[in-house]
Design a protein. Sequence first.
Length: 515
Amino acid sequence: MIVNKHCRALLFKRLPKHCRQLKYFSSSSSDEYDLVVIGGGSGGLACAKAASQLDKKVAVLDFVTPSTQGTTWGLGGTCVNVGCIPKKLMHHAALLGQAVKDARAYGWNVSDQVQNDWATLSTAVQSHVKSLNWGHRVQLHNKGVEYINGLGSFVDAKTVKVTDQNGKERHLRTKHAVIAVGVKPYIPSEIPGALEYAISSDDLFWLKKSPGKTLMVGASYIALECGGFLNGLGIDTTIMVRSRPLRQFDQQMAGLVADYMESEGTRFLKTCVPVSIDKNREGQLVVKYEDLSNRQIQEEIFDTVMFATGRHAVIKNINLEGIGVKIDEGAQKIIGDHDNDHERTNVPNIYAIGDILHRRPELTPVAIMAGQMLAERLFGGSQLQMNYDLVPTTVFTPLEYGVVGMSEEEATSKYGKDSIEVYHAFYTPLEFVVPQRKASHCYIKAVCFEDRVLGLHLIGPNAGEVIQGFSVALRCGATWSGISRSVGIHPTSAEEVVKLHITKRSGLDPTVTGC
Ligand code: FAD
Ligand code: NDP
């Protein structure tokens, strides 16, 4: 009887647990693996667990190099420790501050002196993060994945060296290796004082004291999200914008997001760049910056300067040159095989997933799905490839911005202005009415070509929740006629999507009135 790889895995799964344990003794040496994953973040953990579920012998290595300010954290990678999770909790804390203000109009007796206590907030966030670190360790143990807290690097394509924090080395022989080392905050070292005095998002979530008056350098996802929640927590916040906020997004939507933040008290220093940072005798940071529009140098004092100027790959220490894995010289990221096996590098048994893979979205669900699908292809007989199109995302700014698909600019350049139809609406979330909150930035647009929805954009409360559902529809091939014939759920903000009917071309007022 011929039994293929997939059937063998299934049969093996049906064996009693004590028989399945035999796999650990079947290899000739305890340091021989089916899969070694370098990097225990979103992608690496997902891939390691999925491979182990297919009864493979798997090790995952994770090592956190401290931030420029010496911050360090536990297992789980960026998302868990210094990304999505602490960010979303702090965003929620800021939204609660707004909700407390709104509550007065709804009859709650709330003092005028509502204040956030940073130490309480950060302790709560950090203790949740630590519980997730522990949860990941338990899961790896329960799923039979060996976790090694050490820095991985290649000796050759089939040997990974692990160095622990005491410098002790171990060599792991493996059939396959997955590189899932993520990326790190980039702070421009040419700006005097930047590396010495500034923090990055890796530090912000672990600060014990409130950052105080803060300058955020950069104007993309991280700067706007962190700047947004700091301002919402009552902290004096300035965002320094080099070119435009959210430059890689639909520019009409980006403009609305930033305008709303400005109207809520976040200060924007437009077309400015930092020149130097120094510390004064009081321990505050003196920032010199240049206004690029008139070349003038100005100076201002802040308590904290945070750089959110992008995230770069740090791969020098894993010896990719030594084993011949091709990288993009500019991005320093690993080049995957775009035509056949998306996550495979040019070295046949070595793969890359997550943020370190060149030209792929830097998002947690992308890293997780790519990792799981790769494990299923390597060990489960699957042939399915990760689909990187129509990946939804949300910028968790005070008014969230959720999007799936193309911007209006992308659609115009691909199909021509006259061929696309843009349906749009300014709407008022019902919950804004009683406290008389300004709703002039709550906006939706659907970018369509013939009956295809190319892009859907929404600014408003819970935009992430709304766009998640619509992204499934788009993935399943939703058409504009299908969406506009769907029945809404009343009263919600999401129903405004299925009620869209005014085109930009018509020039009619897109403000939704009535119920
Ligand atoms: P990572 O999660 O970065 O994991 C890589 C791991 O490998 C790290 O633990 C690293 O220390 C370790 N490592 C590196 N080199 C080695 C080595 N040589 N040996 C051993 N270990 C090594 N995404 C979203 O989808 N939604 C969000 O809301 C969101 N918010 C974010 C907010 C912030 C502030 C940031 C910074 C990111 C956010 N992201 C968000 C992006 C998301 O965190 C990343 O896309 C995701 O974590 C990438 O996963 P990864 O597995 O590629 O890498
Ligand atoms: P980005 O690369 O998206 O943006 C970098 C920002 O810094 C830009 O505004 C850029 O300006 C500016 N900048 C770069 N260099 C300088 C400099 N020398 N001086 C002044 N300004 C500078 O990086 P982020 O760090 O915001 O985000 C990284 C990735 O993390 C995102 O692409 C995203 O995938 C992921 N992420 C996802 C989140 C989510 O899902 N909600 C949240 C946070 C991060 P300019 O435009 O002029 O180049």
